[in-house]
Design a protein around this ligand. Structure first.
Ligand SMILES: NC(=O)C1=CN([C@@H]2O[C@H](COP(=O)(O)OP(=O)(O)OC[C@H]3O[C@@H](n4cnc5c(N)ncnc54)[C@H](O)[C@@H]3O)[C@@H](O)[C@H]2O)C=CC1
Ligand SMILES: O=C(O)C1=N[C@H](C(=O)O)C[C@H](O)C1
Length: 268
């Protein structure tokens, strides 16, 4: 098992106060758009030490050999499960931003964690504080509006659609509607062209836009008689995800088991 990243300060042999040990961090997907940003952020943090950078074609054992206590994964939906399996088996805490997690995948990760009670894994569809708040606000507002639709807008190189954030937002809104006993949203149209009304996520239409010039954006549109409420979040730069990623890296050693989203790390 790796040492806990949140070990308390301790005294050096001579009685002088020693620096607390830095958390050893490995980055998976280190040459990607997000991985590059994470490498920079970890490098710049005094309490973190970048010990391994792994990308496609590199040897995953590098993170274990380098003594990583926490791994940050921003890779691809088709490889993230193998990465997680390896890291959990090695006793390495995981901070996962890669998308593609449905209930079945989450249950599998929880199962892998059972024999490793000290290991923490956080899987968050979005590490942007504003995006997390948007999801919470949408959840709060959902019961007051008969209609809700989600529009996510991203850079054209995004591998998946709709975004993980949009799917989670729609699920949270749908759950809030169910708890409040709301009927299905009124929607009298039939698609003249397939896809015109977006994807159906638990009764919430989700629309995905891909546009050169964008980074990561989301709108939640809510409508009632004579009024609408629009919640919008914009990530203009991937730096926007870093405070959430670093918070998760620092916290995960204190959070054994599986956590979905960083809401609880933010005290939400
Ligand atoms: N949770 C969040 O806040 C955010 C999540 N994302 C998600 O993160 C993921 C990555 O996004 P981007 O950085 O834009 O993609 P990207 O395509 O720029 O980067 C992915 C990197 O992973 C590497 N890779 C592929 N297979 C690998 C393997 N087996 N081991 C190690 N590295 C491997 C690729 O070579 C590439 O460098 C996507 O699922 C995206 O949706 C993106 C932004 C924010
Ligand atoms: O691929 C991206 O860029 C992003 N992916 C995440 C998602 O699918 O929700 C988070 C953010 O939207 C950026």
């Amino acid at each position: 098992m790796t040492t806990t990243p949140s070990a308390p300060d301790h005294q050096a042999a001579g009685g002088e106060a020693a620096e607390p040990p830095r958390i050893a961090v490995g980055v998976l997907g280190a040459r990607g758009r997000m991985g590059t940003e994470v490498v920079k952020a970890v490098d710049a943090a005094d309490d973190l030490e970048l010990v391994a950078m792994v990308d496609d074609g590199d040897w995953l054992f590098n993170v274990a050999d380098a003594g990583a206590q926490v791994v940050v994964d921003f890779t691809r939906p088709d490889v993230v499960m193998d990465n997680l399996r390896f890291c959990i088996d090695q006793g390495i805490h995981c901070v996962v931003g890669t998308t593609g997690f449905d209930e079945q995948r989450l249950a599998t990760v929880a199962q892998w964690l059972e024999p490793k009670p000290d290991v923490g894994v956080v899987i968050a569809p979005n590490f942007g504080i504003g995006a997390v708040l948007l999801m919470r606000f949408a959840q709060e507002a959902a019961r007051f509006f008969p209609s809700t639709e989600v529009v996510e807008l991203h850079h054209p190189n995004k591998v998946d659609a709709p975004s993980g954030t949009a799917v989670r937002t729609a699920r949270l809104v749908a759950a809030a509607r169910r708890s409040a006993g709301l009927p299905p949203a009124p929607d009298a149209t039939t698609d003249a062209l397939p896809g015109a009304r977006g994807a159906d996520v638990e009764g919430i239409p989700v629309h995905a836009v891909r546009l050169t010039g964008l980074v990561a954006h989301q709108e939640v549109l809510m409508g009632a008689a004579g009024e609408t409420l629009t919640l919008r979040h914009d990530s203009f730069d991937r730096a926007s995800f870093m405070p959430g990623v670093l918070l998760a890296v620092r916290e995960i050693g204190r959070r054994p088991g599986l956590t979905v989203g960083i809401e609880s790390f933010l005290g939400l």
